[in-house]
Design a protein around this ligand. Sequence first.
Ligand SMILES: CC(C)(COP(=O)(O)OP(=O)(O)OC[C@H]1O[C@@H](n2cnc3c(N)ncnc32)[C@H](O)[C@@H]1OP(=O)(O)O)[C@@H](O)C(=O)NCCC(=O)NCCS
Length: 340
Amino acid sequence: MTHFDIIPLSADDAPAVRGWLAVAESVARHDLGGLRPRHPLQRLSSLVVSRDDIANERWLAVCDDRVLGYLHLMMPVLDNTHMVYFDLAVHPDERRHGIGSALLRHLEERAADLGRHSLSLWLPVPDGPESKVSAVGANFAITKGFTMSLEGAVRACDLDAVDEAALDRLWEDSWSKAEDFELVAFEGEPTEDLLDGIAYMHTRMSTDMPLGDWDFQEAEYDRERVLDEVRRHRLRGDLHLQAVVRHKETGRIAGHTEIVVEPGQEYDCIQGDTIVDSDYRGHRLGTVLKIANQRRVREWRPKMRYVWTGNAVSNTHMIAINEAVGYRLVGMENVYQKKL
Ligand SMILES: CC(C)(COP(=O)(O)OP(=O)(O)OC[C@H]1O[C@@H](n2cnc3c(N)ncnc32)[C@H](O)[C@@H]1OP(=O)(O)O)[C@@H](O)C(=O)NCCC(=O)NCCS
């Protein structure tokens, strides 16, 4: 039995930060099978640049200054205040010594102290016997009383493999059904007139997407929260490409999408939210938004190769659009949840 302590991670403690990053890298190589690769700079930048809408706590399991595992609590403060999202992992060479269980106990104690009673995380799971994703996380979670509350799929769009001629045809055809709308694309801060509409889109996104049994409640977005998000992306060194479609006659924002290129990433980037207001569905706005933003990635970063996205498997409309613009299934990931 390894002796270890659970201590807070401080951004000022360089050896501890290095140990934490090394464990995260080992776990990614060992367990995640290449799904959604992250650069260490992404972890570092989110350690030093916090966000107003999430309170973070980071803990390490350490033995003689060696980092064996980590726990990261993310607690929404503006909505969903019953919840803790978390990330928990143990170095592959240090497993089956009770470290994961101790970190999970610590998580449950912290959650109880903070008055939070719902724990959840997104966890990649193998999609077949050939999968390089390990099943250990999901098995561990289930052993510890978690249940699978939303089934999700991970897709990647290989920008080198996209049939651009087919995409041109889809773009033309989509605009023929979207003549009442215009596209506004930008990097970084939206203009003043877009802020309320984008805030509304984020609010709708939080509950319009299929949630299964996940007890996620409506998010509360306003223009300050949108601006905080922009500030955070800028300070972290992210490239934040957004696009909206606007109804020409009323000026209302009818849809929104975003792609984030995190610091250090040359080849992989992340598709964030995409949503079309329910009042405006059926005009191919989702397709227009996705094609426009995906093409802008290459304008900003010509070497970029993969755009990663995740959808609930029941989200058939979004998945159909994703497949049409070039995304292909690469794995599965589910939400696991435990109510305390
Ligand atoms: C999941 C993880 C955190 C477990 O860490 P750990 O330190 O090995 O966990 P513990 O030693 O406390 O194991 C506790 C119990 O979980 C179950 N378990 C853990 N690993 C297992 C495995 N490979 N196969 C089967 N059961 C396993 C067992 O019931 C085990 O008890 P036992 O050793 O007495 O049989 C670790 O494997 C990991 O970091 N995986 C990758 C990251 C991840 O998936 N995180 C999500 C966690 S919810």
